[in-house]
Design a protein around this ligand. Structure first.
Ligand code: GCV
Length: 699
């Protein structure tokens, strides 16, 4: 079935397997599903849409029970007593968002029951039922009981009010502020459907590099219109709060969080927002980071700032997500250490409705970073993880990189903070330290491009994020399979082949950009392409040379006890392991160690040869990907097949560019030839250094 990608994983393509089609048709012969709330209404609409697409038939949704019912979709309080009694135990643990999909034998025949405690649960259950059908799953003995493991499953849009998107590579911002509130773009509704279908329940509409204007009455009306669209889908709206807003739009002379007038201003502002948007989620704040104003401008702390805002929203049930992405220009220690040093001493001092938002790694969304040492280190403070779906450092929307593989690696990393098995996932889902609020944020990769994310396969990163936010223990491979089936095809050969391609794509990008623990080697500002030579930026820690520290003796950042001692921010088991190059996992080798060019790797190669071979491996992996994709032609519509083919060709060129530029640059220090098997660079180092991209997107 042809697609331009707009339908995402909600294509509802006709079921091709005739036996399965007949079974599904029988299962949908008599459906009980009574509407009556905005959430149930959107669930009904979705069900009709899905069934029409997949089964080629219209369904009637009966508002009253009948003995003939083959499918019953109803919240627990509307089920008949026999059925609800049989589900009592499951329903008790289901919470506000969970659902049950179960085939139950009643009156001598099987009925599929979709139930939940709330209309929200019914909506999620309906989406899941449709997804299972898109995957062509047999429903006859279905027994699924699901509820989210994380409370806040939230997208962060780095969208500006002029509709540019910081680090956005898929067009402009979806939010048409000019036409809001009067004009409701169909895209807002389809955005909400897509999010609800994977359990995303929150969206921060505006950039963390915030603009106070969004807090003025005119914009609050526009935000209200979006909140009204999203509400039936169970999606709350949040805004970024510019810390200096009381000065910029409030006419105050200070934004000092301890000043009574400032406190009063934020309280009144919150009351104003909640009057229009009673279920407003709260604020996300980037403070005292990369030039953003914050409490430290007034000699106050993150606690002072976060708690002041938390007090303003708490009467309405709002929360504050306070970001830990801070690194000071006045701090000469290792940038990787700074967030931990600034935040961990404050453990236990934040209000109950504050959650600290921590990037997955200690630097900045690199192709590979060790997990952030703050995870597990603040037992008394809720921490949420922030992943980046938009591929700022991973090839923009041109490279096929399946990010759930990266997310899974971080989530399954063991912090050892409460002994073995203290994974990041357990920190995030709150189970390690019994956290009151839990959350996972994804920096959105969504824009006005027809397929939403620029690259057809980047849709999988949005999808996979939602799935992992629902359940951080999911296997990224299973997620890839679900997505492929719904988005492309159920043909086994296609699914099995492409699932492996997606899984491998993450390591490929690490190999051709930053192998063996190298990091932050991109070009300046736009972050497009390699720039390992950059050494002239105003702040030391903005320069790639600060991170790789290549010299005639070797390469890598010494974060051992005799170096920056970043290793000591990890639990003792890990600190010990990371302190010694022999016990450091090789994928993090140069993250933690500065090693001589002839250091011997586990495979017997010298470090120089090993680096060069990894770059080549990355390029080769893209070559293989191209060949494999070529064989997928019979399974994919022509439009998407060609799009992906063209993008892969660009990816290959850019992979070679990374390899050649980085190796030529490092070769100046290693003074060694490229090992056998590594292609000779096509251009000189000076050529690569001369490249300029004034109009690279996302800047
Ligand atoms: C929104 C990096 C990005 C910035 C981003 C920042 C952040 O530095 O390059 O564009 O700003 O992270 O996460 O706050």
């Amino acid at each position: 079935m042809a697609s331009n990608g707009y339908d995402l994983w909600l294509r509802y393509a006709p079921v091709e397997d005739q036996t399965l089609l007949t079974t599904y048709q029988e299962q949908f012969q008599s459906v009980y599903f009574k509407g009556g709330s905005s959430k149930l209404d959107v669930a009904q609409k979705e069900l009709k849409r899905g069934i029409t697409g997949m089964l080629g038939q219209n369904i009637v949704l009966n508002p009253s029970f009948s003995d003939k019912n083959t499918l019953i979709i109803a919240s627990a309080k509307n089920l008949n007593t026999a059925i609800s009694a049989s589900l009592e135990k499951d329903l008790k643990d289901l919470g506000e968002e969970g659902f049950i999909i179960k085939s139950i034998n009643t009156n001598g025949k099987n009925v599929i029951v979709v139930t939940a405690n709330t209309d929200q649960g019914i909506l999620y259950g309906t989406f899941k039922l449709l997804m299972l059908m898109q995957e062509n799953r047999d429903l006859s003995a279905i027994n699924r009981v699901e509820k989210p493991k994380i409370d806040l499953r939230i997208l962060n849009h780095w969208d500006n009010l002029d509709r540019t998107v910081e680090r956005g590579y898929a067009g402009f911002s979806l939010w048409n502020w000019q036409k809001l509130p009067g004009f409701i773009d169909q895209r807002y509704i389809d955005y909400a459907r897509a999010n609800a279908s994977i359990g995303i329940n929150g969206t921060v509409l505006t950039n963390v590099n915030a603009n106070a204007l969004v807090l003025t009455p005119r914009y609050i009306d526009k935000v209200t219109a979006l909140a009204d669209v999203f509400r039936p889908y169970g999606i709350k709206v949040y805004l970024t709060a510019r810390f200096s807003a009381p000065i910029e739009i409030g006419g105050l002379e200070t934004a000092d969080p301890l000043d009574p007038k400032v406190k009063q201003w934020w309280k009144a502002k919150s009351d104003e927002i909640y009057q229009k948007i009673p279920d407003f989620g709260g604020f996300l704040v980037k403070a005292n980071s990369e030039g953003q104003p914050g409490p430290q401008n007034y000699g106050r702390s993150h606690v002072d700032g976060a708690n002041m805002l938390a007090d303003a929203v708490s009467p309405h049930g709002g929360i504050v997500m306070w970001r830990a992405f801070v690194y000071s220009e006045d701090d000469a220690t290792d940038r990787a250490k700074q967030a931990y040093s600034e935040f961990v001493p404050f453990d236990g001092q934040f209000r109950d409705n504050v959650i600290i938002q921590v990037k997955n790694g200690p630097i900045d969304f690199q192709p590979r970073e060790p997990f952030h040492p703050m995870f597990g280190a603040m037992p008394k403070t809720p921490l949420m993880i922030e992943f980046q779906l938009t591929q700022e450092y991973l090839g923009f929307s041109t490279h096929l990189v399946y990010l759930p593989k990266l997310f899974e690696e971080v989530l399954q990393a063991d912090t050892y903070q409460e002994g073995k098995g203290s994974t990041v996932a357990k920190v995030i889902d709150g189970s390690l330290h019994d956290k009151k609020i839990t959350g996972m944020a994804g920096v959105a990769n969504i824009g006005t491009d027809i397929n939403w994310t620029g690259h057809p396969f980047a849709e999988a990163n949005w999808y996979g994020f939602g799935r992992l936010a629902w359940d951080p223990e999911l296997d990224s491979r299973d997620i890839a399979k679900e997505w492929l089936r719904a988005t492309f095809s159920n043909k086994e050969e296609f699914v099995n082949t492409m699932e492996q391609v997606m899984i491998d794509s993450r390591e490929a990008v690490v190999n051709y950009m930053t192998p063996l623990g190298l990091h932050h080697m991109m070009d300046t500002g736009h972050h497009y392409g390699p720039g390992p030579w950059v050494d002239n930026l105003s702040r030391a820690d903005w320069n790639p040379v600060y991170y790789h520290k290549a010299d005639s003796l070797g390469i890598g950042f010494d974060r051992t006890k005799s170096g920056s001692d970043a290793v000591d921010q990890y639990a003792p088991e890990l600190a010990k392991r990371f302190n010694d190059p022999k016990t450091t996992p090789e994928e993090f080798l140069l993250w933690f160690h500065h090693l001589p060019w002839d250091y011997k790797l586990k495979n017997g190669e010298s470090l120089w040869n090993g680096i060069a071979l990894k770059y080549q491996e990355g390029v080769d992996e893209v070559g293989t990907l191209i060949k494999t994709w070529g064989k997928m032609k019979p399974y994919v519509d022509a439009a998407r097949f060609n799009e992906v083919s063209m993008l892969l060709d660009i990816q290959l060129k850019e992979a070679k560019w990374w390899r050649d530029a980085c190796l030529l640059y490092f070769q100046q220090f290693s003074q060694q030839p490229l090992p056998a098997g590594v292609e000779k660079p096509a251009e000189t180092l000076d050529y690569f250094k001369s490249l300029r991209f004034p109009y690279a997107p996302g800047n």
